[in-house]
Design a binder for this molecule. Structure first.
Ligand SMILES: Nc1ncnc2c1ncn2[C@@H]1O[C@H](COP(=O)(O)OP(=O)(O)OP(=O)(O)O)[C@@H](O)[C@H]1O
Length: 983
């Protein structure tokens, strides 16, 4: 491939500050800036510049990202500029995937078997559960797991860290015991958990710096979310030449629950005093209105250091804060608004331009349900993982057992799948036998079923026979095949999976086990085969996993295709193939806010902006919640919608209040309903998105019959059904109309005589297709769920370092016009003494009070029954239970005298008291009744129609053939004539 013209392809796309960052010759460069300022763009350009201009070999460049998605996007961007060949050689990936690569190639230098397996979350949980039970430890397993993970994530405190940070905290002895046993178990099973990938890589690189002696430079994306161990790893990767570039934004630090440490910014600037600081001040993403409103949210954090962020775009439309009666109505409104936008923008905006960003999983059901009912396809980011579907997990467990039979948890999960008459009690006793004998379960099974130990009873002998002919035979046969795959490639991974399916008679198993849904599950298995096929195809071209040869440092060749496949699966947990089905251009995106980080969409909806949702009721850090909302809002390019129902998912018993993050300025900063789409709006959105605005005629001509061009299908200020006296009230003083009646589910479909429905709440061209099977909708793995296991009161009270309040650094270089980036962190340090912000300091203004134009015009009743949310990860040992003995209370808090005021960083000091236990699942609305009960009233005719679909839009006299979009609202007014007279 010919070398692209550097000047044209990269530098010309940069502004002055970006240019300076990209071409900086300083060893360490810190680019800290707000959202949408081009940080990722700048980092990518710098990678290209370093390779092309500085002449670094791609294989000597390490780029670490925070998510797999970010890694994939960066690969794509670099590939486009430098060509795939070069891009493949760059060591680019998440911290975990890079660490895995080093460990599988150099791990033996620290005594690690190169065939190690990765213990996923479920595995770790199951192992810890068993340890706690076996040793009768007085700790909750989930707490112990979070504690262990946090400990590993911390890394070593900085050399000059305050004493309190270094002092070994008084710990409950059972926690330490659990930790030691857990590590012992991992080692015996040749397992490495996610945290250990980093910990062991740190150990490797500390003891064997020659493994990274080739590395010229290290670049880190989303630096604000790195934790202690990742910081160490970054330094170790760069130890040969100490060339580091980081990009980050403290305002977007949203992974405190994963032990991310904002103070790493401070640490970097202190430890690398020659760092060149660059701040980017132009926001290229969002309209001025969106940016201003988002900044209002984040600026309420008084401990935050203010930085400049200037929009390059015009105002466009004011962000919307919509009040709805219930969460169900909220879902329906979102769908109707999406449809309105798609129509009114005449094809310039499509479903794929829309994202619905949720604070937590339990909020998704209503949105999904509304989209499903309306036949609007959607994809989920951060949804239930493809690999976690039951049938896929079984296949993966078998493959993992083939690869590494000493993994007890895997064997325990598949020993009775398909059913072999091995009950939970037997599995439990076998596991205990194995643990006591310090043997693997696999060895115990071999001993019982094939070796010297004979069964004492006939029943047991039968069972052992079934295990032997079923499980052991299958694994032995497949192991032979697997060896063939690595030796000469004569047998492929596909053959192996094929053979596994045959051995297990898997199709038959699914038919028997899941009579209702075996077809869907078998389709998933076929999709799994496609995945294997894709992996095989990529594998044959893969040389990306190699590291450059280094003199005198022996390498282990990674020729184990099965191992590599399994590692990929473990690491790619959010790279779901499930999302790849269907045409993405017609799909709305639903995502958790966490998973949306770094992404952007023309239109963003943030539903359920109420106290308890955001800030989340179980959050320990209010300011982190604020940053989450800020991240969500700043994903929007042209249009931003927030909404808040009167009642939460539990229905009338669950009245909610508008989030205090927006309440103080809601009336001024937000419009109460979606904007009118006129020519001016069309053009300004087109400018922001660099798209061509459609001709007005096209927009108008394509509007379906009786289509309402305004966001007026739902009342602006729903009447609280609890206080309603049933009378109409025009509260906003702008227009009066009869309250609209929203559909009842029962009447939505039919008039009762099999004819066309008599009443429809609104009509669009996208008639309901309802092809969605709600039962198959994936669930979510949310921050809340992670948080629930990670955050507990003991953990919250662990010592935070008080740190130096004044940053003393050497001679960092920066442009005279730019402020020191230390302000990002030192301001927080100064302000930390103000003490934590309390959740209950939140103002209590309700949405109704804050919104302008509040008219009480319609009754909207939600009826919901709260449920329980399913855990997103199955307990790892899904196949067997080790008993449900209630755990004793968690251990007493070890360090009650913590000096909160001494904390240096606001985001670590502002946690409100812990609320419910991390074990407590989030409420699930899965049982919510879907019925509405509304008083019958007349419909508003601009949006509700009884007319047939062919009536066409009536234009007023004198409109002419091509009406201006500016006037679109007026022409529709006469349609009120079509109001149904009576019902
Ligand atoms: N110099 C520039 N000129 C025009 N557009 C730019 C420039 N730099 C970045 N952009 C555009 O701005 C948008 C945001 O860029 P990018 O995603 O790199 O920002 P970011 O700072 O990483 O955002 P966030 O922190 O929110 O993830 C992208 O659409 C990008 O193409």
């Amino acid at each position: 491939m010919s070398k692209p013209n550097l000047e044209n392809t990269i530098l010309k796309s940069l502004n002055k500050a970006q240019h300076r960052a990209v071409t900086s010759e300083a060893s360490t460069v810190a680019i800290l800036a707000g959202p949408g300022s081009g940080k990722t763009h700048t980092l990518t350009s710098r990678v290209v510049w370093l390779i092309q201009h500085m002449g670094y070999r791609p294989s000597d460049v390490i780029v670490a990202t925070f998510t797999i998605k970010a890694a994939r996007e960066m690969k794509e961007r670099i590939g486009k500029l430098l060509g795939e060949e070069v891009e493949k050689k760059i060591i680019l990936g998440t911290f975990h995937s890079i660490a895995r690569r080093y460990l599988s190639i150099y791990g033996r230098h620290i005594g690690l078997d190169s065939k190690f397996n990765i213990a996923d979350d479920g595995d770790s949980k199951a192992i810890i559960q068993r340890i706690c039970k076996r040793l009768d430890l007085k700790v909750e397993p989930s707490y112990a797991k979070a504690w262990i993970s946090k400990k590993k994530a911390k890394g070593t405190p900085p050399v000059n860290a305050p004493k309190s940070q270094k002092n070994k905290q008084q710990e409950h002895p059972d926690l330490a015991k659990c930790f030691a046993e857990y590590q012992d178990h991992l080692e015996r099973s040749n397992l490495v958990d996610f945290d250990d990938l980093l910990v062991k890589c740190v150990e490797l690189l500390r003891k064997n710096p020659e493994c990274v002696s080739n590395v010229q430079t290290v670049l880190i994306d989303e630096y604000q979310d790195t934790n202690g161990i990742q910081y160490e790893l970054m330094k170790l990767f760069a130890q040969a030449r100490e060339r580091i570039t980081i990009v980050g934004d403290p305002d977007q630090s949203i992974y405190g629950w994963r032990s991310a440490e904002v103070r790493n910014l401070y640490r970097l600037l202190r430890e690398y005093p020659e760092t060149e600081e660059v701040s980017l001040e132009e926001n290229y993403r969002s309209s001025q209105y969106i940016l201003d409103t988002s900044l209002q949210v984040i600026e309420e954090d008084k401990n935050r250091y203010k930085k400049i962020l200037r929009p390059v775009h015009t105002k466009c439309t004011q962000p919307v804060l919509r009040s709805l009666g219930s969460t169900s109505t909220e879902g329906e409104w979102i769908v109707s608004e999406i449809k309105r936008l798609v129509m009114m923008f005449g094809g310039m905006l499509k479903n794929e331009d829309v994202a619905i960003l949720l604070r937590s999983a339990s909020l998704s059901r209503h949105i999904e349900s509304s989209l499903g009912k309306a036949g609007v396809a959607y994809q989920m980011i951060g949804g239930k993982k493809f690999y976690e579907r039951r049938e896929i997990k079984i296949l993966l467990d078998y493959l993992r057992a083939v690869h590494q039979p000493d993994n007890n948890d895997v064997i325990a999960r598949i020993i009775n799948v398909p059913r072999r008459g091995v009950g939970d009690v037997t599995i439990k006793s076998l596991l205990e036998e194995a643990e006591k004998a310090k043997m693997s379960l696999w060895s115990v099974l071999c001993k019982h079923c094939r070796g010297e130990r004979r069964a004492s009873t006939n029943i047991r002998a039968n069972m052992e026979q079934r295990i032997s002919s079923g499980l052991l035979n299958t694994i032995f046969t497949l192991r032979k095949k697997a060896d063939a795959t690595t030796e000469d490639g004569a047998v492929t991974l596909m053959d192996l999976v094929d053979s596994l399916l045959n051995q297990l008679s898997f199709k038959r198993y699914l038919e028997l086990e899941y009579p209702e849904e075996h077809e869907t599950r078998w389709a998933n298995v076929q999709e799994f085969m496609n995945l294997v096929k894709d992996f095989m195809r990529d594998y044959s071209q893969m040389d990306t996993e190699e590291l450059p040869e280094i003199e005198d440092v022996a390498q282990t060749k990674e020729d184990d295709i099965l191992g590599k496949f399994l590692a990929n699966v473990s690491l790619a947990s959010d790279a779901q193939r499930g999302d790849a089905d269907g045409d993405k251009s017609s799909m709305v995106t639903i995502s958790t806010i966490h998973a949306a980080k770094g992404l952007e969409w023309p239109v963003v909806f943030v539903p359920s902006v109420y106290v308890g949702s955001i800030p989340h009721s179980r959050s320990e850090d209010i300011e982190e919640e604020r940053r989450l909302l800020y991240v969500a809002m700043t994903r929007a390019q042209a249009m931003l919608y927030l909404s808040c129902p009167l009642y939460g998912p539990q229905g009338l018993s669950n009245k909610v209040e508008l989030s205090n993050f927006v309440a103080p300025f809601a009336a001024k900063a937000f419009a109460a309903r979606g904007p009118s789409i006129d020519k001016k709006v069309l053009e300004s959105v087109a400018r922001i998105l660099s798209r061509e605005a459609p001709p007005e005629k096209r927009v108008f001509d394509n509007l379906p019959s009786m289509f309402s061009p305004e966001d007026d299908t739902f009342p602006l200020s729903p009447v609280d059904p609890k206080n309603s006296d049933g009378t109409e009230e025009n509260g906003d003083g702008h227009y009066a109309r009869a309250p609209k009646r929203q559909r009842k589910d029962a009447e939505k479909h039919s008039s009762g005589n099999g004819d066309q429905p008599l009443f429809k709440p609104y009509s669009t061209t996208m008639e309901e297709s309802s092809h969605f099977t709600m039962s198959s909708l994936p669930g979510f793995m949310t921050a809340g769920q992670h948080q629930s296991t990670l955050s507990t009161s003991l953990a919250a009270k662990e010592n935070q370092p008080s740190g130096n309040k004044k940053v003393t650094k050497g001679s960092t270089k920066r442009d005279p016009n730019q402020k020191s980036l230390l302000g990002f962190v030192s301001k927080g340090a100064e302000a930390a003494g103000t003490g934590p912000l309390k959740a209950n300091n939140i103002g209590s203004s309700s949405l109704g009070k804050q919104l302008p134009h509040g008219s009480r015009s319609q009754v909207s009743v939600s009826s919901g029954i709260s449920g329980r949310q399913q855990p997103s990860l199955d307990p790892a040992l899904a196949g067997h239970k080790l008993g449900g003995v209630k755990r004793p209370m968690r251990p007493p808090v070890a360090n009650p005298g913590q000096d909160v005021a001494g904390k240096q960083y606001p985001c670590f000091s502002s946690s409100p008291p812990r609320q419910p236990s991390p074990e407590e699942p989030e409420p699930d609305s899965s049982k919510e009744a879907s019925t509405f009960s509304r008083p019958a009233t007349v419909f508003h005719s601009t949006t509700f129609t009884t007319a047939g679909p062919r009536l066409g839009v009536r234009r007023p006299v004198g409109m002419g053939p091509a009406p201006s979009l500016d006037r679109l609202r007026k022409p529709f007014k006469p349609l009120t004539m079509n109001r149904p007279k009576s019902r």
